[in-house]
Design a binder for this molecule. Structure first.
Ligand code: DC
Length: 221
């Protein structure tokens, strides 16, 4: 499928760069739907752990990704094989194992295909993740790479997870950054032609306004 015929906004960046909030708000502004692709990798990880399968068992993990029923509802609810997993996919067990599952090439193949299908059915959307502009929709209408300093990103995550210290969150973030950017298949990197926005010192409103202006600019180009 060619993303150039649809209104597709691809937002990539590391954890804590503001992707989810910005993507949700931008989708509202554009009156399109929003897809959190990280939640899909988390959903596969949840299904793997619930079945007692080792996240490193590539063949079994890939089978689960291909056969699982996954619903990404517009309100952010994530249903895995009929079970509401919205809260659990954010828990520490899933967070610890998700980078291993996301490094599985067959899992990536399956989820990329589901992400393209999701977008095709809706006639477009705002998608956020690590490989949206590089792999899922290299022809997106607008490609964004959000960044922020490691300290700012850790502080944002520490606010979300109240049961862990700043140091523990910062260490986990650094570990996941290294895994996501250093993996063999589709590592996190800025896509060719992506607009980079450092969100360290910007409010959400400022980032969203900047992206709407970029989109207007690319429509008029
Ligand atoms: O954005 P997040 O922290 O919820 O993402 C969870 C994990 O999934 C993270 O380790 C990176 C990975 N991921 C990925 O490899 N590709 C994507 N498109 C989205 C997330």
């Amino acid at each position: 499928m060619d993303g150039s015929q649809l209104l597709v906004v691809a937002i990539d960046g590391p954890a804590g760069s503001g992707k989810s909030t910005v993507a949700r708000r931008l989708a509202q502004a554009l009156e399109v739907e929003y897809l959190d692709t990280g939640a899909m990798y988390r959903a596969v990880t949840f299904a793997v752990l619930s079945r007692g399968v080792e996240p490193t068992d590539d063949a079994l993990v890939a089978d689960i990704a291909r056969s699982m029923e996954l619903t990404m509802a517009a309100d952010g609810t994530v249903i895995v094989d009929g079970v509401d997993a919205t809260t659990q996919i954010r828990g520490p067990e899933v967070t610890r194992a998700v980078s291993t599952v996301a490094a599985n090439v067959e899992v990536r193949r399956e989820l990329v295909s589901r992400q393209r299908e999701w977008t095709r059915r809706r006639g477009g959307g705002v998608l956020e993740g690590r490989d949206i502009g590089t792999v899922v929709f290299p022809d997106a209408t607008l490609k964004i790479y959000l960044s922020a300093s490691p300290e700012v990103r850790a502080a944002r995550r520490a606010q979300e997870v109240t049961d862990l210290s700043y140091d523990a969150v910062a260490a986990d973030l650094a570990r996941r950054d290294a895994l996501d950017a250093g993996r063999q298949h589709d590592p996190l990197r800025r896509a060719d032609g992506a607009v980079e926005v450092d969100t360290s010192h910007l409010t959400i409103d400022e980032v969203v306004a900047l992206l709407v202006a970029e989109l207007d600019g690319s429509a008029n180009a």
